[in-house]
Design a protein around this ligand. Structure first.
Ligand code: FNR
Length: 197
């Protein structure tokens, strides 16, 4: 049963960067989002790169790395996906991580968490196709999703610095408003879906 106390910020947001690249523009985007987000959101990156490929034969005897990964998802109030588009779809590493989080059957730790999706690409489509596919996956996993604003970010050289500073004021304002909207969305979801912990 939710109490008023349970609805008090700060809210804990776990974020996934869908790219394993050291030079990831999506990692730069995640840095920018953390800088611009309301102070009442506390962020923890949930790494996905060390997970082995999901195999259902391991259900019930997950390797420690997968147990730790699931636990780090489970403790969050909300999840933010910052992802590239690979071949008009979700990068395999991110889908693999989601598959681990969703299993064994009945132990899906993504369910009921407020989620938001954003992604960056050098191309004009700005990860829109991958994001639609991710929405489908999150729907199946019973995760409430922020519908709008949508955020398809086309990265041009220098738009976001190594430190996550956004050099274009219009883009900065948009990313700030995206994170403000996510904060409000998390609050709404927590109002109707009590935290399990
Ligand atoms: C891409 N890229 C790409 N871009 C896009 O907009 N739509 C796509 O479908 C694809 N497909 C694709 C497949 C693969 C295997 C790679 C490696 C790349 C280009 C991609 O957007 C670009 O490499 C980004 O820099 C990837 O994001 P990170 O890794 O920099 O965060």
């Amino acid at each position: 049963m939710a109490t008023i106390n349970e609805l008090t910020p700060p809210y804990h947001v776990g974020y996934f960067v869908g790219s394993l690249s050291e030079h990831s523009i999506n990692r730069l985007l995640s840095k920018a989002l953390l800088r611009l987000a309301p102070h009442d959101l506390e962020f923890t990156e949930i790494p996905i790169g060390e997970l082995p490929l999901y195999n259902r034969d391991l259900d019930g005897r997950f390797p420690q790395v997968a147990l730790d990964f699931k636990a780090s998802v489970d403790v969050q109030d909300a999840l933010l996906f910052v992802t590239p588009e690979y071949n008009r779809s979700i990068p395999g590493a991110l889908k693999n991580a989601i598959d681990w989080a969703s299993r064994p059957y009945g132990e899906n730790v993504i369910a009921r968490k407020a989620t938001a999706i954003i992604g960056a690409s050098p191309g004009a489509i700005g990860t829109a196709v991958a994001q639609q596919q991710l929405r489908s996956v999150l729907s199946f996993l019973q995760a409430p999703q922020m519908n709008t604003p949508e955020a398809y970010i086309q990265i041009t050289p220098g738009l976001i610095t190594e430190d996550g500073e956004v050099t274009d004021p219009g883009t900065e304002m948009f990313l700030r408003s995206f994170m403000d909207a996510f904060f409000e969305y998390i609050e709404r979801v927590l109002t109707v879906v009590p935290r399990a912990h």
